[in-house]
Design a protein around this ligand. Structure first.
Ligand SMILES: CC(C)(COP(=O)(O)OP(=O)(O)OC[C@H]1O[C@@H](n2cnc3c(N)ncnc32)[C@H](O)[C@@H]1OP(=O)(O)O)[C@@H](O)C(=O)NCCC(=O)NCCS
Length: 231
């Protein structure tokens, strides 16, 4: 979710009026409100849960030349404004709560970002929006490559190096969920050995949510996801 502070709303409104005029802005506001209401009334999502076993041998993918990976400090968070990803307010909250932000830079500019959650991870389909994580398991979230840097294997190179860091920290499993129709992301995670574990469907009808979890692998992780998410 993007920032919704008064300042950002005013800045968005001013930009919109400059770009679309008053009448155009009013039409867009009505359309966006309609979309939010219709999402609250009806929503259907299909995600594939993937898992990467850090205790098994795995493919090692190098970052292309000219890129450097590091774990972000609080002072690095404003760099996210240069990527199509979550807003600064949510990023600061996540960072304060202990989630790790990893950044790949090309010189001074960010080219890729992703988050690693420990203990619990945000999942729209989960009760109260959070999925508690099993011991020694982390969740990879909100990976994004800047559009100008896509297709160069940046995501796989970054995840591969992050997986090495996590394995050294004693993590045994990395999970991540990808929209079923997000082909670029599914191809990227599969490059470093993430395996599809479960298909999760969320249907929201008139504020009631229904979640189903189907196995790709009938293993402990599938059983865990099915037990916590099915409702
Ligand atoms: C998913 C994403 C992070 C992959 O990053 P990446 O660094 O481009 O990854 P790769 O270079 O390994 O490319 C992965 C796939 O993207 C597609 N791709 C290739 N060039 C591309 C380009 N110029 N633009 C968009 N997609 C491209 C291809 O399907 C490629 O698979 P292939 O190498 O087997 O052909 C990136 O596409 C992205 O930021 N997408 C928008 C946000 C998103 O969907 N995040 C994932 C949430 S789960």
């Amino acid at each position: 979710m993007r920032d919704v502070t008064v300042e950002t709303m005013i800045a968005h409104a001013q930009r919109s009026v400059r770009r679309y005029g008053f009448a155009g802005t009013a039409t867009r506001v009505v359309a966006l409100a309609g979309r939010s209401i219709s999402h609250a009334l009806y929503l259907q999502e299909r995600h594939v849960w993937y898992a990467l076993d850090l205790t098994a041998p795995r493919a090692s993918v190098d970052l292309p030349d000219g890129y450097a990976l590091s774990r972000a400090r609080a002072a690095d968070l404003p760099l996210l404004e240069q990527l199509p990803t979550i807003g600064g307010h949510e990023a600061a909250q996540r960072h304060r709560a202990g989630a790790d932000l990893w950044l790949v830079r090309a010189g001074e500019r960010p080219a890729f970002a992703c988050w690693v959650f420990r203990d619990r991870t945000p999942v729209l389909a989960a009760p109260r929006g959070w999925l508690p994580l099993p011991a020694a398991t982390v969740c990879l979230e909100d990976s994004v490559t800047a559009p100008a840097h896509r297709g160069r294997g940046l995501a796989a190179g970054a995840w591969s190096a992050i997986a090495d860091h996590l394995a050294r920290d004693g993590v045994t499993t990395v999970i991540t969920k990808v929209a079923e129709d997000n082909t670029p992301s599914r191809r990227a995670v599969e490059k470093i050995g993430f395996e599809p574990t479960a298909l999760m469907t969320l249907t929201r009808l008139a504020l009631r949510s229904h979640v189903d979890v189907y196995p790709y692998r009938d293993n402990a992780l599938f059983a865990f996801l099915a037990a916590l998410l099915t409702r």
